[in-house]
Design a protein around this ligand. Sequence first.
Ligand SMILES: Cc1ncc(COP(=O)(O)O)c(C=O)c1O
Length: 480
Amino acid sequence: MTHFQQARWNEPPIWEVRLPDAVTGTEQGEIPAALRRKTPFRWPAPTELEVARHYTRLSQMNFSIETGIYPLGSCTMKYNPRINEILARDPLIAGTHPNQPEETVQGTLEMLYRLEEALGKITGLPNVSLQPAAGAHGEFTALLVARAHFRRKGEPRTEVILPDTAHGTNPASSSMAGFTSREIPSLNGCVDLPALTDALSDKTAVFMLTNPNTAGLFEEDVLEIADRVHSHGALLYYDGANMNAIVGKTSPGKMGFDLAHLNLHKTFSTPHGGGGPGAAALCVTDALAEYLPVPRLVKEGRKFRWTYDLPHSIGKVRSFYGNTGMDLRAYAYITAHGEDGLRRSSERAVLNSNYLAHRLGKYLPRPFKPLVKHEFVLSGKPLHDRGLRTLDLAKRLLDDGVHAPTVYFPSLVEESLMVEPPETEPKSSLDAFYDIFVRALNDPDERIRTAPRNLSVARVDEVAAAKNLKLSWRDLERSP
Ligand SMILES: Cc1ncc(COP(=O)(O)O)c(C=O)c1O
C-alpha cells in the first residue's frame, strides 16, 4: 500500500491484517449441523520455508502454460507476457481506488481511452465500452443494446438466431436479455444459408455468429449472411472469442457485423485461467453507440472524463469502469506488439493449428474441410471403435505432462476433440505434442482406459465432483 492510500483511506497497513476468528459453526446457520465444527479451528503455524515448499509442491502438481503446451489456445490459456504483470502491479496503478476523483487518474483514463481507440480500430466498430466483465457478459450487454435499439424504433423483435455451433453462452445471453433463441443447423460445420434464410423474419432481432466459428472454420459466406440478416432489418452480432485468428487480416466491421464482443483474456493475453478476472470490450457501429452502457469516456482538449449524459443508454452493467487492471494488460499487449505484431500473432496461431491438424489428421479423422483457422476438430470415432472414449485419451495425455484439449465440443462431431495450439508455441513444442499424442494413441487400450497413472490423483469421477461438493479428492478418485 502506498502512503498516499494510508493517509487518504485511513486503513491499517497491509502487514497488520488479522485473520478472522476461528469459526465455531454456531453463527453459520446455512451449514448443516453435522458439518459444523465442534471445536475451534487451530490455524497451522508453519515456518516461511514450510509455506514456500508447500506452495511449490502444489504448483508442481498442477498444469500450467509455463510447464508445457496447453492446447486450449485462444480459449483462456495462452501465455500472459510478464511485461503486462509488471505494469499492472505497479503500486501507482494497482493502488488506485475507483472512487478517486477524475483529475487524480488522468493517466488511467487516457490508457482506457487509447485502448478503446485501439479495439475500435481492430474491430472496425469504433464505439467501445470496456465495462463487460467477460465474453458472456459482453454478449449479454450487446443483446441489451440490440433490445434498446429495436424498442426505440418501435419494433417488437423477439428472436435471436444462432447456429448449432454456437458457444453455450450465446443462447444463455439471449434468454437473459429476454429473447427467444432459435437454433439453425450447420452444413459441413458452417452456417447453412438456406436454413438461415428460412429462419429470418421480421421477428428476428439478432443473428449471433462466431467467425472463425467454434469448429475453427472461417464462415466464407459471411458477407452474404450479413446482407440477408440486414435485409430483414436485423442486427448481426460477432462473438469475438476467436478473434485471435483474424486480427489485422480482416475485422467484424469489414465483414458487416453491427456489434462485437472481444474477450480481452483470450485474444489480448490477459490472464483468465483459474478463475479470472476476465475482461471484455463491446464494440458497435455509430448507429448503436447511443445505447452503450454509461458512463462513457470522453476527451475534452487534453482532459478525460466520464459522462452519464446518454439518455438512450442501457445503463450500467458493471461497477466502476470494468476490470481496469485487465484493460491495462491488454493495452500493454497491444502496444508492445503494434499492428504488425498482432497480425503476425494471428498468422502464427493459424499456422500452428494447420500444422498440427495436418499431422494429427493422419491418425484421427477430421470431419470438416482441411484448411482451418486457429483451432481444429478431430473425431475420436476410431477410439470409440476400440471401446475407448475421447475422454480416456485426454486423460492419457495428462500422464505425459500435456493438459488435455477440449473434448466433446463441438457436439455435432462424434467423440469430438478440439485442439487450439496458441500462437506462442514454437514448432518444437508442437512436435513434442504430436509425439505424445501419437504415442498415447498407440498405447494398449487398458493403459489409455486407466489413465492418468502418473499424477497425484488418479481418474476422478467428474460428475460426482460437480454434484457433490462435500466429497474430498480421495473420495472422488475412481480406482484404476
Ligand atoms: C465462442 C465463445 N463465445 C463466448 C465465450 C464466453 O466467454 P467468457 O468465458 O469470457 O465468458 C467463449 C468462452 O470460452 C467462447 O469460446
